[in-house]
Design a protein around this ligand. Sequence first.
Ligand code: NAD
Ligand code: DAU
Length: 342
Amino acid sequence: MKILVTGGAGFIGANFINYMLREHPEDKIVCLDCLTYAGNLANLKDAFANKNFLFVRGNISDRLLIDAFFEKEKFDTVVNFAAESHVDRSITNPTIFLETNIMGTAALLDAGRKHKIKRFHQVSTDEVYGDLPLDRDDLFFTEETPIHTSSPYSASKAAADLLVLAYHRTYGMPVTVSRCSNNYGPYQFPEKLIPLMIQKALADEKLPVYGNGLNIRDWLYVEDHCRAIDMIIRNGREGEIYNVGGHNEKQNIEVVRTVLARMGKSEELISYVADRAGHDLRYAIDPTKIHRELGWLPETAFDDGIKMTIDWYLDNTDWLDDIRTGAYSYYNETEGNRFVLG
Ligand code: NAD
Ligand code: DAU
């Protein structure tokens, strides 16, 4: 297969590329990423050493570039990770979320349709379902749960999902959609809960917990998500949505305490701060469909995954420091611009 991975310099995309190059040495992987603040070429340093990997710097919303790129590369499969992904940023600046997450996805769909790709996979999120109450642990998101978004981020992801599914129904385009719960693992940008807390704890700074810390997220180790997507693009049914999650619900405060304990830091660093506007209460995925149809199950228990994750950040403080100082964006500019198409 020749696979286009968009957004592959970000957290999950980079983990996916590393996973695919390792698990499928017969496949060719092309990464398209415009290197926003969330993209980091250092995440792909192993991939750059692989002859089956190509990086191209470009924006998924740039229709001329995308069309020429598809014409030249003749992909079989597109896996679209590229997105603005942080809820807090969507609250302060929604516009870029609409441009990238909706219009960018539309541009990729049009190119994929014109160039007759065999599979378009949209990497979506459980946030499209809105939230569940805290006192109903019998309720889970299934693929039939109605879309009911809360933030500009989740609304933009839901709009993209609907477009992808519309291209299947209207044009017969071979699409699939995955909706995953919160990922954690190496290379996650330290604006998201777990790496932010690790970074703050390392610096003995206050750890900002929104509201009362009782909101619940359903955590999945990133490599389990990557394996799910791999299974879906190979064996998933066209036009279908697959929820991905591992029944790993934790209150935010539990996660923060786990990080502090593993790092040998005091809980006095915890600081309760103003709540996020529109803060979703609880996410919880029912993964029955992907288990039944594709045999997917998570392989990494939270206790193991969180240890591996914390250890990775502690072993890679240079990676965190380069983000804190901005050195990574200088590196992106100098190196990344060598890979601009045309
Ligand atoms: P991320 O923010 O770490 O990475 C996003 C990547 O997309 C970056 O490399 C960035 O440079 C690139 N990008 C952004 N705009 C682009 C554009 N216009 N053109 C080309 N590249 C662009 O995100 P992530 O956490 O890795 O999430 C990846 C995908 O998975 C997103 O679609 C997100 O909605 C989805 N998702 C994330 C999670 C999670 O827990 N992080 C869970 C479920 C689904
Ligand atoms: O569920 C999947 C989604 O998970 C993805 O679609 C998003 O791209 C991803 O960012 C993530 O969204 P969340 O909003 O759940 O993740 P975040 O890490 O921003 O926050 C997790 C929880 O922690 C949430 O309840 C808010 C809280 N939080 C977050 C930050 C950054 C804090 O209490 N303090 C913080 O400083």
